[in-house]
Design a protein around this ligand. Structure first.
Ligand SMILES: NC(=O)c1ccc[n+]([C@@H]2O[C@H](COP(=O)([O-])OP(=O)(O)OC[C@H]3O[C@@H](n4cnc5c(N)ncnc54)[C@H](O)[C@@H]3O)[C@@H](O)[C@H]2O)c1
Length: 394
């Protein structure tokens, strides 16, 4: 049995690192550190989703193959040991991404350099969707999961008519209403249409519209998202509960993030950044039950490449109204914290499908900054929910 992961944004650093990691795990070259699904609480998952992987995907940058993309990312970041890459090189050379769509992906797309997309071929929306379905179909079997790790899109132009129900969505495709279709929605539509579980690692809309939620229920497919919780937000939602439990009042929380590389470049565009800031910003109110003064900033800092740094400053009030301060700095390698989660999310979604779970899997909220259909963002609570869900089903 092999877990087959179709990655949207296959040539990006999160995807290529997940691919290297997945194949290295399979060959026993690396330890399981970083994989949540390998904790003892989740014993038994290997019967449904073993540590054997196969990868495919879509991208819009024309590159020779997954090895060329991985090498490009590696040369800039050197984020793992070279010998690991050497050992999986043959496999990476055998994977080539299919041409995707960048419909309404915003001004940040300019940063990707030369891109090749399905819309450049003059296809209608329906034809684009069909091509994506066909690409996934060629790769997919009953063990396949689709994960979106493409560059962050701007906020969509929502339409009740076209996004409100699946008939409306189909009409949008037939009427070629390109202005309402985000690339991420088309990929999610294709996955759910084919009955493939879908995980959204990005803040982009993806399956998070009523039409696609309906499709997931009708086709009995599990899906989860949005936006992997890997760095500053992970700490924020782990630490903020401490203030709550000790009845300390958070007066203000400033989070300032700087990062380089392609993700940072795309996020330096105001339209693309907006969805990310919204995704990071909402969590405090959800944990604390009130809204402290907050600043959330993300800026591009080229020399850091994938070494994302976050500075957080928390002003809080204690007994007798006395004000105190707490600061932290998170200095993470973005792809290294993200990649194992891609494998975890794929494994849990496949497990969910095999257990007959469908629709939004809220219990996977632990992995996301803006979990769909739940306000629980407290990491401690989310972890308990995940464990309980798994132990009841396994
Ligand atoms: N810790 C983390 O790295 C982390 C955490 C949470 C979310 N994310 C999100 O994951 C995504 C990937 O991050 P990354 O660092 O790998 O970025 P990246 O820029 O290295 O990779 C993105 C890839 O997506 C491709 N792409 C862009 N638009 C596409 C489209 N419409 N269709 C198909 N492919 C497309 C690009 O060509 C590129 O290969 C981003 O949206 C990021 O915000 C990352």
């Amino acid at each position: 049995m092999t877990v087959k992961i179709w990655v949207i944004g296959a040539y990006g650093i999160v995807s290529t690192t997940a691919t290297v990691g997945g194949k290295a795990l399979e060959k026993g070259l690396i330890s399981k550190t970083g994989l949540v699904s390998e904790l003892p609480f989740f014993d038994g998952i290997e019967r449904y989703a073993p540590l054997n992987f196969d990868f495919g995907g879509h991208d819009v940058r024309p590159m020779e193959n997954m090895y060329a993309a991985t090498l490009d990312n590696w040369e800039q970041n050197r984020h793992f040991e070279w010998h690991i890459l050497e050992r999986v090189k043959d496999y990476l050379e055998s994977v080539k991404a299919a041409k995707g769509t960048a419909l309404n992906c915003g001004s940040g797309v300019k940063e990707l350099g030369r891109i090749e997309t399905l819309e450049q071929e003059g296809l209608t929306l329906r034809e684009i969707a069909e091509r994506i379905v066909d690409d996934m179909k060629k790769f997919a079997d009953s063990e396949t999961v689709v994960i979106n790790t493409a560059s962050t899109e701007p906020m969509p132009r929502y339409s009740g008519e076209y996004h409100g129900c699946i008939d409306g969505f189909e009409r949008m495709l037939d009427e070629d209403k390109k202005e309402y279709a985000m690339a991420s929605m088309l990929y999610a539509y294709a996955a759910l249409k084919l009955g493939l579980p879908y995980g959204n690692f990005t803040p982009s809309a993806g399956s998070n519209i009523p039409a696609l939620k309906q499709l997931a229920i009708e086709n009995k497919v599990p899906h989860a998202g949005n936006d992997g919780k890997t760095g500053e937000t992970l700490i924020k939602t782990t630490l903020a509960p401490m203030f709550l439990y000790r009845n300390l009042e958070v007066i203000g929380w400033m989070g300032y993030n700087i990062l380089g590389d392609l993700d940072g470049k795309v996020l330096s565009h105001r339209d693309n950044k907006e969805s990310k800031v919204v995704s990071k910003d909402k969590v405090l109110e959800k944990v604390l039950g009130y809204s402290p003064y907050s600043i959330t900033e993300i800026n591009f800092f080229p020399s850091l490449v994938d070494n994302k740094t976050a500075f957080d400053f928390i002003h809080f009030k204690g007994f007798l109204g006395t004000k105190m301060k707490f600061y932290f700095i998170w200095d993470g390698i973005d792809a290294i914290v993200a990649a194992p989660l891609v494998l975890d999310i794929a494994r849990f979604l496949l497990f969910a499908k095999k257990k007959g779970v469908h629709g939004v899997v809220k219990e996977l909220g632990f992995f996301f900054k803006s979990p769909m259909e739940t306000d629980i963002v407290n990491t401690h609570q989310q972890f308990e929910i995940l464990k309980e869900w798994f132990s009841k089903l396994v």
